[in-house]
Design a protein around this ligand. Sequence first.
Ligand code: IMP
Length: 418
Amino acid sequence: MNIVVVGTQWGDEGKGRVIDLLARKVDAVVRYQGGSNAGHTVVVNKEKFVFHLIPSGILHPGKKAIIANGVVVDPEQLLKEIGELQERGISMDNLYVSANSHVVMPYHKDVEKWEEALRGKSKIGTTGRGIGPAYADKAARRGIRMGDLLERETLKEKLSFNLKIYKSLLGITYSRKEILEKFLEYGEKLRKYITDTSLFIYNLMREGKDILFEGAQGTLLDIDHGTYPYVTSSNSAAVGVCAGCGISPRSISKIIGVAKAYTTRVGEGPFPTELKNEIGSLLQERGNEYGATTGRPRRCGWFDGVALRYATRVNGLDELILTKLDILDKLDKVKICVAYKFRGKIIQDFPNRFIMWRECEPIYEEMEGWKEDTSKVTSYKDLPVAARNYVKKIEQIGKVPIRLLSVGPQREEMFATP
Ligand code: IMP
């Protein structure tokens, strides 16, 4: 079975813990896009792990953890993560990194800073990890790939060309020698992990192994299908899996979406159900909504059923996992956005134009809150009726069955629906 797990909102849906749960049943976990902009948090026995590049499946002994070609790799960050995990006793024997994954270079971070400053009020609010510029170089066919870090002459040649480009763009003269030596050193340190991951995954599939594909960010941050230009620079929706891994679309058996019981967004960009009031602040505080990568406060709002319906369609979701239901416990009323209104017209489908995302008004269905502590609940039938009604409404509006619910960050604080 080859399963894709994908975020249905603007990231931070709780994919890390979902992947940690599903990883028990598979042989390999694969990251297919994004880079160290991601922050996947997993709590095991009250011990917190935050993953940026390495698939969280590495926590399970014996499981393969694969960084596929669609990821952009910051080698310094990767080595840091490897070191930190090793210090905590996690083995790296099963880590594999694609030779074709692109490298985030120092000038990528500089150009990103420069461009964000230039945008001024219209800045994207990126994570500052050089992700967009690394993907831009990939598309411009001048990117440096992880395999290049293993060959001095190739790296030297590619680096020389790139430094010319960035010198004319930024007016910065980088030391080629310094960068070359540093990145060759990274290459040496990472050599044992670098391989042809497309072939490796293919062989695993041929052996009948089960594989989990771990999406980073979320559908609404997808470069093609998200709220462009306020998106990340990769295909974070399920469409990214095949290109990002070098596998056939035929090989995917199941696509699981993850949604938080309310909505959050980090960085700038449209967010129709945003709550700039005390309810938004309550969700932020109770949900500890601060970015795992940048520490920035996340903007919070009501659950957007129109966006979920869109994610169901674009990803072809088979099922949904709903996280953080307990965060809503204290609210008198809860609201779900069921449609939008744009210039007097009701819209049922998620818009595909910037002006519409920015101007549309959410139409809500208001429901009774449950005002009970659900964080100790261990089965669906023990949830308050109002909470079950809320879950059923999300299923109905989003057109996707909810299979699992979480009411806390621990591995065991998750249960199935009937
Ligand atoms: P970038 O990916 O750093 O280029 O940032 C582009 C947008 O995606 C910004 O709004 C970021 O806040 C957002 N973003 C990137 N990675 C994540 C993530 O893992 N969770 C939530 N938002 C993210």
